[in-house]
Design a protein around this ligand. Structure first.
Ligand code: ZN
Length: 490
């Protein structure tokens, strides 16, 4: 349990996870601004932290996982006006759509999911504390944070105020003392949603909600704060300034940031026509294929979505399911004389027995799911040849070893949300889907295979080859082995 190392954006290196309260990890993740359907970038974020929470729990930690909803924001107000509904109607509608996507992806709910609009009081309190300490000031109807009052401003993104100031732009309607001062409370314009405050009617700025809600649910200092790399500056930098400014104690021990998603090597954008929502993808792929694809890259690295990558993920996942199905279909020999016989080479037996340990080593190293998938494949290769060996040389002991390993493999893959389906059912559904795109059905394929088997028995090789070629021309590949003839789609 003491071996998990996590890359911390704040220190710029991997550090051993040491929760403030031993055995209990407190995690806060910035959630969605709910004004539209979620895209693949949101899927990556939700999946990355789902995997991290699953792994920590599997390793014996208690985890309290908080992820917020930003349900009041400029984008929400603008979109609601376009659609002739209220900001809260729009936000609530897309929270429901978000849950639909998360459920489809098989992602568990966090322990607490606070909405910004339910915590206006806590935000006002926090802003008042900052005002009292001269770390915030009212200007017009707005309240701003005094960046110069927090000497460590820029420590997360490794920038300093002078550099930032050089590139800063000030909106004409903002009356700020320093160009980098950021808004804590916005006076509302006519027609906008508004709440009463000591500074007049208005609404909270975006950054203050995470400082207020994380303090309420996890305390002034907690273990892990997460989000996408795009949130490092200014959002997370500002959260640190607000929280440490108000609380006079460290805000977060470890900052985890995941990488971006590109589509066919381009930045995802609606104008480029390569904007992919979660449901677009799930129309074409099984949710586990998307999860497999996302975890085939380390969470901190950039991830590029393409049809080729998804095809690879489909194939990779299928290989694992085939391995599981082959082991599950392995019959105990039932022959007492074979009880103590062992047929697997010692080297393979060791690899099989060390699967879980090897998996933990890769995951302990900053949740290296890509390496973990590699270990699954290495193991599957050994398992496949073991199944063949046992089919020819029955061994009760080794059969049990393989069946135990398949159970372990499923348990570990489950941390990434993989191999959750019944293997045989997954594979037959997959086959049905593949032949749906061809101009022949399964019955016809089986009839041709039967005819070919008859021809082979009669040594009618000409017709037997003809059938093989006919099926190949329709993308059906035949494979003959000891167990008989099987087919797959090319
Ligand atoms: Zn946040």
């Amino acid at each position: 349990m003491e071996n998990i190392r996590i890359y911390n954006t704040l220190s710029g290196k991997k550090e051993i996870l040491t929760p403030l309260e031993p055995g209990h990890v407190k995690l806060y993740v910035c959630g969605i601004t709910s004004y539209d359907y979620c895209h693949i970038g949101h899927a990556r974020s939700a999946l990355a932290f789902d995997m991290i929470v699953n792994y920590l729990r599997y390793r014996g930690y208690k985890v309290t996982y908080v992820r917020n909803f930003t349900d009041i924001d400029d984008k929400i107000i603008t979109r609601a006006a376009e659609q002739n509904c209220s900001a809260s109607e729009l936000a609530n509608r897309f929270i429901i759509e978000f849950y639909r996507d998360m459920d489809a992806l098989g992602i568990d709910r966090p322990d607490v999911e606070p909405k910004a609009t339910d915590h206006i009081e806590e935000m006002i309190e926090l802003i008042e504390e900052l005002v009292d300490k001269n770390m915030a000031y009212q200007s017009g109807n707005d309240v701003y944070y005094v960046v110069e009052s927090f000497p460590e401003y820029g420590k997360l993104s490794r920038r300093n105020l002078d550099d930032m100031q050089a590139g800063a732009r000030i909106n004409v309607n903002e009356q700020k003392r320093h160009p980098m001062d950021f808004v804590l409370w916005k006076g509302s314009k006519p027609g906008e949603p508004t709440w009463d405050s000591p500074w007049g009617p208005g609404r909270p700025g975006w950054h203050i909600e995470c400082s207020a809600m994380s303090r309420k649910y996890l305390g002034a200092t907690f273990d892990i704060h997460g989000g996408g790399k795009d949130l490092i500056f200014p959002h997370h930098e500002n959260e640190i300034a607000q929280s440490e400014g108000a609380n006079d104690q460290p805000f977060v021990t470890t900052w985890i940031h995941h990488g971006f998603v590109t589509i066919r090597d381009e930045k995802m954008s609606k104008s480029l026509g390569n904007f992919l929502t979660i449901r677009d993808i799930l129309d074409n792929y099984h949710p586990e294929v998307l999860r497999f694809f996302i975890f085939s890259t380390h969470y901190r690295n950039p991830l590029d979505f393409s049809e080729t990558a998804m095809r690879d993920a489909t194939g990779g996942l299928e290989r694992l399911y085939k391995c599981i199905a082959a082991i599950e279909n392995l019959k105990p020999t039932g022959d007492d004389k074979q009880q103590d016989r062992m047929v697997l080479p010692e080297k393979d037996r060791e690899k099989i027995l060390s699967l879980e340990k090897r998996f933990q080593e890769s995951m302990d190293n900053d949740f290296n799911t890509a390496r973990a998938q590699g270990i699954f494949f290495e193991t599957a290769k050994i398992l496949n040849r073991s199944v063949k060996l046992i089919a020819e040389n029955p061994s009760t002991k080794d059969t049990i070893l393989l069946k135990d390993c398949a159970v372990t493999l499923k348990k570990l893959a489950n941390i990434m949300g993989l191999l959750r389906e019944n293997a045989t059912e997954y594979l037959s559904a997959r086959k049905a889907m593949q032949i749906a795109g061809l101009d022949l059905d399964e019955e016809e394929i089986n009839r041709l295979i039967e005819e070919r088997n008859k021809c082979r028995a009669e040594k009618n090789w000409a017709r037997s080859d003809e059938i093989r070629d006919e099926l190949l021309s329709k993308n059906i590949v035949l494979k003959d082995d000891a167990a008989g003839t099987t087919w797959s789609v090319k």
